[in-house]
Structure formats: structure tokens, C-alpha cells
Design a protein around this ligand. Structure first.
Ligand SMILES: *[C@@H]1O[C@H](CO)[C@@H](O)[C@H](O)[C@H]1NC(C)=O
Ligand SMILES: *[C@@H]1O[C@H](CO)[C@@H](O)[C@H](O)[C@H]1NC(C)=O
Ligand SMILES: *[C@@H]1O[C@H](CO)[C@@H](O)[C@H](O)[C@H]1NC(C)=O
Ligand SMILES: *[C@@H]1O[C@H](CO)[C@@H](O)[C@H](O)[C@H]1NC(C)=O
Ligand SMILES: *[C@@H]1O[C@H](CO)[C@@H](O)[C@H](O)[C@H]1NC(C)=O
Length: 309
């Protein structure tokens, strides 16, 4: 494996008379996915990562490491400096008191600091992860209940989405499909309403709203990106379309599967801009999700397969 030898990340290139610092692309990105506590701890496992998040990232050329709950700050910091992005997945734990919430808080603050110092490090939140981002940025619980537990919806794009980092380079036909077909699975009891977003100066200054949705009564934020940081959030589930089959409303059409790929492609390309690497090949191997087997959990969970820790 050549990731260490090929990763000479900054090169000076002579362009005319001036030497310019150019960031080389990291074509071996590794992304951390946060684990979270199981609703009911088992004898053999107390936490999990749903395999669909792993496949989502792998499908676009990344490898994955699990970020386990209850590690020390020092261990999280060492991992942060070894990986190229972090994904806060969906799930059902408490945003403030869970091990997931604590890991999210540590990685979020490390990512804020790193990006402010020119060390590119992308962060993605899906569903609960999106909600965690709203909590970490504002320091407040700003969510409201909505009727959105199991419904696929088309996205309502805002004007701002056109020049967004996330959607700017999407194929036009996929954007059109996302706007007109119900390709985005919503499976959440809480949402950030547009009203709450409008009222929160912290959120308004930090995030641009790219899409919204409507539950019949309330308009809520469904996709957002930060203005000055490579931080992205979807209240919906891009990872489910190709990989989750338990809930009947999850879309699996050709456009649904393509939309998923372009979401993954975008985020993995963001991770390719990060230069972090593991201190050694051995430490990298030890950390990778390949050290674990996915378990078929269709009968006992909302996921086809889970990694259990
Ligand atoms: C994490 O630590 C807390 C507090 O020590 C404990 O209650 C919880 O069971 C631990 N969770 C896991 C998944 O180990
Ligand atoms: C999370 O835990 C805190 C502290 O126990 C509690 O106040 C809050 O209501 C919980 N959040 C949710 C969404 O249940
Ligand atoms: C929630 O939305 C569903 C459609 O997705 C609808 O059938 C149901 O009546 C709604 N429930 C409430 C309480 O509004
Ligand atoms: C939020 O603010 C925008 C821009 O000012 C406005 O167009 C929109 O109607 C507001 N939405 C709500 C629900 O307050
Ligand atoms: C994964 O499965 C393989 C084949 O059954 C087995 O050899 C290996 O020990 C398992 N790994 C773990 C971490 O359980």
C-alpha cells in the first residue's frame, strides 16, 4: 500500500517566476464514523456503527475507521490527526449526554481549530448528526417536533443552493430529480424549523440553508453547509437509498441511487483535501473498520447490517 510514500502533501511548483504552494490531492482518504451506544447493551457489544454509512463512504473511494465512544480526549486527538474527515451518523442517542455527543463535541472543536489554522478537515452530519451540528454551533437545543418519521420527500432548493459548495457541481439531471422526485428519506422526530433557524443568529451566521422541506405544517431545514468551514449537514439520509431495505418508503430507483453516489462523491472529495495521516501503517491497519465484521441485523434493528463494538 502506497499511501504513505505517495503522500508528499505540499509541493512547491514553479509557475513563471513565483513559487506557489499547491496542496496535492490525497487519493487515499480515511474518514471517521462515530459509533453510538446501542439502545439496549448486549453481552458482546455496547455500541455500533450502521454499515450503510461505511458503504456510502467506501462507494466513493474512502476507507473508514470507527470512532468509538468513551475514548479519552488524547485518543480522539490522535485519531483526529490521523484521519481526513469525520461523519456524524444518524441514530437515537442524546445529543448532550451520550458518548456519541461527547465524541462529536471533541471532533467538532478540533475541526474548528484545524480549519481556522488552514488545516482542511471536513465534517458531515446526517439526521442526528445534522441535529448535533445545530447543537454544537449554537450551544442550544433548537429543534422542534415534526411529522417526519418515515417519509421520502423531494428537496426544495433555496436560491443559495445554486452557488453552494455541495450542489454546485452536481449533474443537472440529478438535481432535477432531487427537486421533483421523493428521493430523500426522512426518519426523524425533531427538526430545525426555518423559524428557529431565522431566530438563531449563531446558526444564521454559520450555515447557509441549501434545501428545506415541509411536514404539512412546518417548514424545516433539510440540507445546510457552513459558510466558512467544510461542514455539511443533511436532516435526510443519503446513505440509505442503495443500502437499507427494511423500511418500505426508502427509495431505490436509479435516480435515488445516483443521488446517493454524488453526495458521497462530494464529501469524499472534501476529505481528499486533508493531509492528515496515521503515524504508521500498523496503526492505520489497527484502526480500520476492516478489523470488524458487519453483522446481519435485519431482525433486531432498523439497519440491514451493523458493526458492533
Ligand atoms: C461509556 O461510559 C459511561 C460512563 O462511564 C457508561 O455509563 C457507558 O456504559 C459507557 N458506554 C459504553 C458504550 O461503553
Ligand atoms: C438529553 O439529556 C438531557 C440531560 O439529561 C435532557 O435534559 C434532554 O432532554 C435530553 N434530550 C432529549 C432530546 O431527550
Ligand atoms: C403525518 O404525515 C402523514 C403523511 O406522511 C399523514 O398520513 C399523517 O396523517 C400525519 N400525521 C399527523 C399527526 O399530522
Ligand atoms: C426566514 O427568513 C427568510 C429570509 O428572511 C424568509 O424568507 C422566510 O420567510 C423566513 N421563514 C420563516 C418560517 O420564518
Ligand atoms: C470475522 O469473520 C472471520 C470469518 O468468519 C473470522 O475469521 C474473524 O475472526 C472475524 N473477525 C472478528 C473481529 O470477529
Amino acid at each position: 500500500m502506497q499511501s504513505f510514500t505517495l503522500l508528499s502533501l505540499f509541493v512547491f511548483v514553479n509557475s513563471g517566476s513565483s513559487a506557489v504552494l499547491r496542496r496535492e490531492r490525497n487519493d487515499a482518504p480515511i474518514i471517521g464514523v462515530l459509533a453510538q451506544e446501542l439502545p439496549k447493551p448486549q453481552a458482546f457489544a455496547t455500541s455500533y456503527v450502521a454499515a450503510s454509512y461505511v458503504k456510502f463512504l467506501e462507494s466513493a473511494g474512502a476507507r473508514v475507521v470507527p470512532v468509538k465512544v468513551n475514548q479519552s480526549h488524547q485518543e480522539y486527538e490522535r485519531l483526529f490527526n490521523s484521519i481526513n474527515g469525520v461523519l456524524l451518523p444518524g441514530g437515537g442517542v442524546n445529543l448532550t449526554t451520550s458518548g456519541y455527543g461527547e465524541a462529536a463535541r471533541v471532533f467538532y472543536s478540533l475541526a474548528l481549530k484545524a480549519n481556522s489554522e488552514g488545516d482542511y478537515f471536513p465534517v458531515w452530519g446526517t439526521c442526528l448528526g445534522f441535529q448535533e451540528l445545530t447543537y454544537l454551533t449554537s450551544g442550544k437545543f433548537l429543534l422542534s417536533p415534526t411529522n417526519t418519521t418515515g417519509i421520502a420527500l423531494p428537496l426544495v432548493f433555496t436560491k443559495d443552493s445554486r452557488n453552494s459548495k455541495l450542489f454546485r457541481n452536481f449533474p443537472a439531471d440529478i438535481l432535477e430529480a432531487l427537486a421533483s422526485e421523493p428521493l430523500t428519506e426522512n426518519l426523524h422526530q425533531w427538526s430545525l424549523t426555518m423559524k428557529s433557524y431565522n431566530k438563531s443568529e449563531e446558526l444564521r451566521m454559520f450555515y447557509k440553508v441549501l434545501t428545506t422541506n415541509f411536514d404539512g405544517k412546518v417548514e424545516f431545514v433539510s440540507t445546510m453547509e457552513a459558510y466558512k468551514f467544510p461542514f455539511y449537514g443533511t436532516q435526510w439520509h443519503p446513505e440509505k437509498n442503495p443500502f437499507e431495505w427494511i423500511r418500505s418508503e426508502i427509495p431505490h430507483s436509479p435516480n435515488a441511487v445516483k443521488a446517493t453516489f454524488f453526495m458521497a462523491d462530494f464529501f469524499v472529495n472534501e476529505a481528499r483535501k486533508s493531509s492528515h495521516q496515521f503515524p504508521s501503517k500498523e496503526e492505520e491497519s489497527e484502526a480500520l473498520i476492516y478489523q470488524y465484521n458487519a453483522t446481519y441485523t435485519e431482525k433486531t434493528s432498523p439497519f440491514e447490517q451493523m458493526y458492533l463494538f
